[in-house]
Design a protein around this ligand. Structure first.
Ligand code: CLR
Length: 491
């Protein structure tokens, strides 16, 4: 690690202007006509944005990438007490890769602004010598939106793409960040892959917005046969399980080797399976074995799950009709929404109207003796709420100095005028620039169609991921040679 510790450069700790208050704006009045729609096709006022492009949001995965460095260097003595000596090196690295996969999601906590949709051909690069990585991202497709990225360091390669699907369901916005993520540890020569869990924004109609991630993250070790299956629990009644994660590291024979638990917003710890079992016997209410888990109601009613009434990605019409008739009764009688499934219910009481916003200090906290902390989130600055709830890492993403201006390609997100204007607090200017850029993009698309030119991403190619056999966007190389004369003019 020491070899990499470079004299730390200082990054900015503030944005140029604070967030514009959204409290007198009614999200519901804007979205009520869009139930069941794909949100990437809905024009949202720029006040609901945060001054970052989705490519920069992807870059936030890298804040704790030292965990991959640690995974690659692993000979963790903590595991020496375990009987599975044979597995030690691999086994240790897997749990740090798991910690990385979880840590990559931490910056989403309380972040309820909408990042800007990247323009086709937009890129974003970040070099953080202090953390020890560099990354290049490109918007490789516009309809459907897809963002590819490739990060590297002397210890790892991390690459993948995200194709986020957003659906507005009335009470909630459902998000499915499709795409495969792959980590290669260079010293261990190990490959890990996983896909992201789903997310949901609650209380669109009324109340305070809040965000949760739920579902199963299955981290597969391709050379070792080891895997980690992490359950991201829906908050549930009383928010008992807010942000909670639980799961096991298992070997090829599905024997449990280690218990991992934590909160995606805060930490991940690792415990002996024996200590875990002892803990479950002592506090039977605190932890539930995954096979006894409550059915994730969220998942069952999820828009994306296949149901007899609808295929994935398609709103059952019945549901929309029901909801429409319900909203009518809602507006005329002043009632509220009481059930997640949008079913009509008898007049709900005030308490049932809103989903409770989870607090981060739950009395249900779990702490198994002799656990090892694999990862702990950096505290946010105390003024974070004024700056869109950004972390310090996020605050620095748009920093732009004169040296950098000379190095960057003309497609870099830092140079996007609408994001720059929003960052300065100029909402009208941002709105004007945003529609200008979108118009320019439409016009370019028309021209390509007219001249029968196919769009080709500059730095990535659609290929197969040799481990998952699924489609994947693979970096074609050359970005860091900084030959940018062939870059398109998109701003
Ligand atoms: C979550 C982590 C995933 C990648 C990913 C994809 C889409 C992102 C989502 C993350 C976080 C929440 C997000 C979403 C796009 C829009 C949504 C930023 C980063 C915001 C909160 C929607 C705001 C909508 C308003 C109507 C409030 O790996």
């Amino acid at each position: 690690i020491a070899a990499h510790r470079v004299v730390s450069k200082r990054y900015r700790c503030h944005l140029p202007a604070p967030v514009f208050s959204r409290s007198d704006l009614n999200l519901w009045s804007i979205l009520k006509h869009c139930i069941g729609k794909d949100l990437s096709k809905v024009a949202m006022p720029v006040v609901f944005n945060e001054p970052l492009s989705f490519l920069q949001r992807i870059t936030e995965y890298m804040e704790y990438s030292f965990l991959l460095h640690r995974a690659d260097e692993c000979d963790d003595p903590v595991d020496k007490t375990n009987l599975l000596h044979f597995f030690i090196p691999v086994f240790s690295s897997l749990k740090y890769v798991a910690a990385f996969a979880v840590s990559a999601l931490a910056s989403n906590w309380e972040r309820l602004g909408k990042p800007f949709n990247p323009l086709l051909g937009e890129t974003y690069e970040l070099v953080r010598e202090d953390i020890g990585f560099r990354i290049i991202c490109e918007q490789v497709s516009h309809h459907p939106p897809a963002s590819a990225f490739h990060a590297d360091s002397p210890h790892f390669i991390f690459h993948g793409f995200i194709h986020p699907k957003l659906r507005f369901l009335g009470k909630t916005v459902e998000i499915k960040p499709e795409g495969t993520l792959t980590v290669k540890l260079l010293r261990h020569k190990e490959i890990y892959t996983w896909t992201n869990v789903s997310c949901r924004v609650h209380n669109i109609i009324a109340g305070k917005l809040w965000f949760e991630q739920y579902g199963v993250l299955e981290l597969v070790g391709h050379d070792t046969g080891l895997d980690a299956v992490l359950h991201f629990k829906p908050a549930g009644r009383l928010s008992k399980d807010a942000h909670r994660i639980e799961g096991f590291v298992c070997n090829k024979q599905k024997a449990k080797l280690r218990f991992l638990y934590g909160k995606w917003s805060e930490f991940l710890k690792s415990a002996d399976v024996e200590a875990y079992e002892e803990y479950v016997r002592t506090f039977p209410n605190k932890l539930r074995l995954p096979d006894q888990a409550e059915p994730a109601s969220a998942q069952n009613t999820s828009f994306f799950s296949t149901s007899p009434t609808g295929s994935p990605g398609h709103t059952p019409k019945r549901m929309v009709d029901k909801f429409n008739s319900f909203t009518r009764s809602f507006t005329s009688s002043g009632g509220g929404v009481s059930s997640d499934s949008l079913d009509l219910q008898p007049m709900p009481t005030e308490d049932d109207t809103l989903d409770t916003v989870p607090k981060n200090d739950s009395p249900w906290s779990v702490d198994i003796p002799n656990s090892v902390t694999l990862w702990q989130a950096n505290p946010r600055p105390e003024y974070s709420a004024e700056y869109y709830h950004f972390t310090l890492f996020a605050i620095a993403l748009n920093e732009l100095n004169n040296d950098m201006k000379k190095l960057l390609p003309p497609t870099d997100s830092r140079l996007r005028p609408d994001i720059q204007k929003l960052e300065l607090g100029d909402i009208d200017g941002a709105a004007y620039e945003k529609s200008r850029l979108e118009e320019k993009q439409r016009e370019a698309r028309k021209q390509r169609k007219k001249h029968k030119i196919m769009w080709e991403p500059r730095w990535f190619k659609l290929e197969h991921n040799s481990y998952t056999k699924a489609d994947d966007w693979i970096y074609t190389g050359g970005y860091w040679e900084r030959e940018f004369s062939r870059c398109p003019d998109i701003f």
